[in-house]
Design a protein around this ligand. Structure first.
Ligand SMILES: [Zn+2]
Length: 377
C-alpha cells in the first residue's frame, strides 16, 4: 500500500511524512478511525514509506525490493495480527495450518479492499457465527517474533488490526514490548473503536486520529479502485457516511436500483394509476427481502431529505442531477406537512416486511396511501 493509492486524507499523510523527516516516529502508534475508513491503509502505507529505500516527494518509490514485497503484503519483516476464530480439525489439522490459512486469506482480503470492516473479514474468512478475537497465543507469538532481527527491511513492523478484540490477558502479555520494543521495531495498531481499546494499550501508544473519508473521497475510491461507474459511485458515496465497505455492500445489492424503482412507484401514485400500482406490487413481491427493505429505506431517506430541504438544510444539491430533478419535482408535488405522514407509511411498511407480511399487500397499501397523500389538501 502506498500513500498515493489512498484517495484524500492528505493532511494526515503530510503529518506522517513530517514525523519521518523530523525523526519523530513513535515506535507504537494507534491509528484510530471508523469502520470502512482509511486507518489501516494509512498504517500500511506509512510503514512502507518508512522502509522504502528510495522515498521521494512524500511517497514510497514503488519499485525497490521493500516496495515490491509490501505491495503484495508478503514482506518477511511485516507481521500481521488480526481477529481470528478457532477452526475445526476438519478445516485445519493444527495451529500452524490454521495460522497459514488465515494469513493467506488475509493477504487476498487486503488486496481486495484495504478499507475493511470486521464483518467483511469474518465473512471472507468463513467464520460463520464464530467469535473473532486476538488470542493470548497470538500475543505470545508476537513476543517471540519481536525478539528476532529484521531480515531485509530497516524496520520490522507489527500491524495489529482491531486491538479492541484482544482480551486483557492477551494485551497484558504485550505491554512490555509496547513500552520498550527492541531497536528498529514498530507497532502500528489500528482501531475502529477507540473507546473500546484497553487503557493500558492507550497509554502506551501515540494516537493518530483518522477522520472518515469525505463523500468526494469515497466517490473517488469507488471509481478509481473499484471501477464503479461515476454516476453510481456518486450515489453510493452519498449514503455511505464515509465508509467504503458500506458503499461497496450497498453497491453489491444488485437490485439496488432503488432510485428508478422509487421514481416509478411514486409516479404511478401521483397519477393515481392503479393498474400500474398493482403491476408494481407484483414486481416488488419478486424482489429479495433485502431488496424490498432497501427500497423502503431508500424511500425513508428521500423523505428525510425533503424534510431537510424544506428547512433549508439539504443534501439535495449534491445529488446526481437526474435524482435531484426528480426529488425537486417530488418536493413540489407534496405539501411539507404531509411528509411526516409519508415517512410513517414507509416506516410501517418496513416493520411489516420484517414480520413477513405479504409483500404485495404491503406495497399496494403503500401505493394507495401515497395516492391519498399526494391528493390531500
Ligand atoms: Zn521503495
Amino acid at each position: 500500500m502506498f500513500f498515493s493509492q489512498i484517495q484524500g486524507l492528505d493532511e494526515i499523510k503530510e503529518q506522517l511524512v513530517a514525523s519521518v523527516e523530523n525523526q519523530h516516529v513513535a515506535h507504537a502508534q494507534l491509528f484510530a478511525g471508523g469502520e470502512g475508513g482509511g486507518a489501516l491503509a494509512l498504517a500500511l502505507a506509512f510503514a512502507n514509506y518508512i522502509n522504502c529505500e528510495n522515498k521521494q516527494g512524500g511517497n514510497a518509490c514503488g519499485e525497490c525490493a521493500v516496495c515490491q514485497k509490501t505491495k503484495k503484503h508478503i514482506h518477511p519483516d511485516y507481521h500481521f495480527i488480526f481477529p481470528t476464530y478457532t477452526k475445526t480439525k476438519k478445516e485445519a489439522s493444527n495451529k500452524e495450518e490454521q495460522k497459514s490459512q488465515f494469513l493467506s486469506d488475509w493477504r487476498v482480503f487486503l488486496n481486495k479492499n484495504p478499507y475493511p470492516s470486521l464483518s467483511a473479514w469474518a465473512d471472507f474468512s468463513k467464520a460463520d457465527n464464530r467469535q473473532c478475537n486476538i488470542s493470548i497465543e497470538e500475543s505470545r507469538r508476537i513476543i517471540k517474533d519481536v525478539s528476532m532481527k529484521a531480515f531485509e527491511a530497516e524496520y520490522k513492523v507489527f500491524f495489529m488490526w482491531l486491538p479492541e478484540y484482544m482480551n486483557e490477558a492477551a494485551s497484558n502479555a504485550l505491554l512490555k514490548v509496547l513500552e520498550e520494543p527492541p531497536h528498529k521495531t514498530l507497532f502500528f495498531l489500528v482501531t475502529q473503536s477507540l473507546e473500546q481499546v484497553l487503557p493500558t494499550i492507550l497509554s502506551r501508544t501515540q494516537i493518530v486520529n483518522v477522520r472518515p473519508f469525505t463523500e468526494y473521497e469515497v466517490q473517488n475510491i469507488l471509481i478509481n479502485q473499484f471501477y464503479t461507474e461515476a454516476p453510481k459511485a456518486r450515489n453510493l458515496a452519498l449514503w455511505a457516511d464515509g465508509n467504503v465497505e458500506k458503499a461497496l455492500s450497498l453497491g453489491k445489492e444488485k437490485e439496488n436500483d432503488s432510485f428508478l424503482a422509487f421514481k416509478n412507484w411514486m409516479r404511478h401514485a401521483f397519477m393515481g394509476d392503479f393498474t400500474n400500482l398493482v403491476k408494481f406490487s407484483d414486481e416488488y413481491q419478486k424482489l429479495s427481502k433485502v431488496a424490498q427493505k432497501s427500497l423502503l429505506t431508500y424511500a425513508e431517506n428521500v423523505i428525510r431529505e425533503l424534510l431537510l430541504f424544506h428547512h433549508g438544510a439539504s443534501n439535495l444539491l449534491r445529488m446526481p442531477e437526474e435524482e435531484r430533478t426528480f426529488l425537486e419535482g417530488f418536493a413540489k408535488a407534496v405539501k411539507p406537512e404531509h411528509l411526516e405522514d409519508m415517512y410513517a407509511v414507509f416506516e410501517e411498511a418496513l416493520i411489516h416486511i420484517e414480520r413477513n407480511i405479504n409483500a404485495k399487500m404491503i406495497s399496494l397499501d403503500v401505493g394507495l396511501q401515497m395516492v391519498k397523500l399526494f391528493r390531500k389538501k
